[in-house]
Design a protein around this ligand. Sequence first.
Ligand code: FES
Ligand code: FES
Length: 162
Amino acid sequence: MRVTFNANGREVEADDVWEGESLLFMLRERLGLPGSKNACEQGECGSCTVYLDGAPVCSCLVAAGQVQGREVRTVEGLADPETGLDDVQQAFVDAGAVQCGFCTPGLLVQTHDLLERNEQPSDNDIREALSGNLCRCTGYEKIMDAVRLASARKCSKSEVSQ
Ligand code: FES
Ligand code: FES
């Protein structure tokens, strides 16, 4: 079947999609969007998290055909083609919260969503929001630092624009 949807702001088509195919597979293998990572393929690790119609989902658990006519935003779509990395992406770089990088795309999407809903999350809010995202490398402290940094930058930008 053919699946037509909006990926990171542009209309895309994937052909010859088979019924059991996941959104994750379609993004990576058919559409050249390899940012979302396939680590467990069972909804356990969060590495494949993308926005679907504005809500974070594990793309390994979504059937490709389910996104017909809908909007998907991946980690690639967080960056601005003109201004570069999104604040959350930059904060992860600056805080040294990326090691092997396998968990990073999912953490970025989930953190982006958290800060859209709550600009100044407590440590508990952060832990809760990221509880479905597993990292095998960093021990989470640098990830926490990155989210705090992204939050602080977002808050100071909001103050400037007021
Ligand atoms: S690859 Fe989807 S949750 Fe692990
Ligand atoms: S940086 Fe390697 S799994 Fe998180």
